[in-house]
Design a protein around this ligand. Structure first.
Ligand code: ADP
Ligand code: MG
Length: 287
């Protein structure tokens, strides 16, 4: 590790909303004698209230697994997940249901993450009614959420297939926000969208954060996106964090060779910028 994965002198932010400590996830091997597949090899990170931690790394590095472990969807072998002061890595069903108020997720693919047979109104109403809201209260909140993500009010009566990818992702975001969560795990939320739509959805997420102080764990393989969205960035390689720090610092002066390699692999529109990056990387490789 070239920089500490966490904040203070004890390696942690005392005010963190989410803290992972030495988190290990593994799956049983395929054959009977096959060793377990070790996916996360001791991940530690913190996210403070209202903060975005960008999590970047190449495909297969374990980004989605981190999010799934936080949500209780991946087998935690050891280590801890602390959310708002409580340990949740072994939380059972009832606790998970209660946690859903505070901890939500937006997935990559807006075409599979919404139930195709539910209207947008029912999709947004489900979490509200599930947590005990009355019909009238739910209806008012649905209208508020649609406005929040800039969908027309009559969207409530329509089905997902009537919307574009970007609009569906707005529905997924509205659903995640329905219960006013404190943390939303965004797993490649714009990777399936075209570039202009990406930009508007990212701006929407930023605006929502400004207003609600929601924290994001923002998973992406795109360094441009991670820099645009994050306060701090963690870089993952093969199930281990190799570098964590301030977003601008990590993306403009990466310290770890893997982060530098990621930067070089990132497509940049600007040829001069690409050359500058290469020269900077060569310089720092020599020093
Ligand atoms: P990323 O999101 O960074 O692309 P993932 O977290 O999805 O990576 O996957 C990390 C590794 O874990 C991959 O090698 C993947 O094949 C493996 N993996 C993910 N889910 C499972 C599973 N249910 N069983 C076995 N291996 C898995
Ligand atoms: Mg993934």
């Amino acid at each position: 590790m070239t920089s500490d994965a966490t904040g203070g002198p004890g390696g942690e932010f005392p005010d963190a909303l989410l803290s992972l400590r030495d988190l290990r996830v593994s799956y049983p091997g395929k054959g009977r004698r096959a060793p377990r597949a070790r996916i996360l090899k001791g991940v530690s990170l913190d996210i403070r209230p209202g903060e975005t931690l960008g999590l970047v790394g190449e495909s297969g590095s374990g980004k989605t697994t981190i999010g799934r472990a936080v949500l209780g969807l991946a087998p935690v072998e050891s280590g801890t997940v602390t959310f708002a002061g409580s340990r949740i890595e072994r939380a059972g069903r009832a606790r998970r249901r209660a946690l859903a108020r505070d901890l939500q997720v937006v997935f990559q693919d807006p075409y599979t993450s919404l139930n195709p047979s539910l209207t947008v109104g029912d999709t947004l109403g489900e979490p509200l009614l599930g947590q005990g809201a009355g019909t009238k209260e739910a209806r008012a909140r649905i209208a508020e959420l649609l406005e929040r993500v800039r969908l027309p009010a009559d969207a409530a009566g329509r089905l997902p297939r009537e919307f574009s990818g970007g609009q569906r992702q707005r529905v997924a975001i509205a659903r995640a926000l329905a219960l006013r969560p404190r943390l939303v795990i965004c797993d490649e939320p714009v990777s399936a969208l075209d570039l202009t739509t990406q930009r508007t959805v990212l701006e929407l997420l930023l605006e929502i954060q400004e207003e609600t102080r929601v924290a994001y764990l923002f998973v992406t393989h795109d360094l441009g996106v991670v820099r645009f969205m994050s306060h701090r960035v963690a870089v993952i390689q093969g199930g281990e964090l190799v570098e964590t720090g301030d977003a601008v610092q990590v993306t403009s002066e990466p310290r770890h060779p893997y982060t530098r390699a990621l930067m070089l692999a990132a497509p940049v529109a600007d040829v001069r910028e690409q050359r500058r990056r290469r020269e900077a990387a060569e310089l720092s490789a020599r020093s």
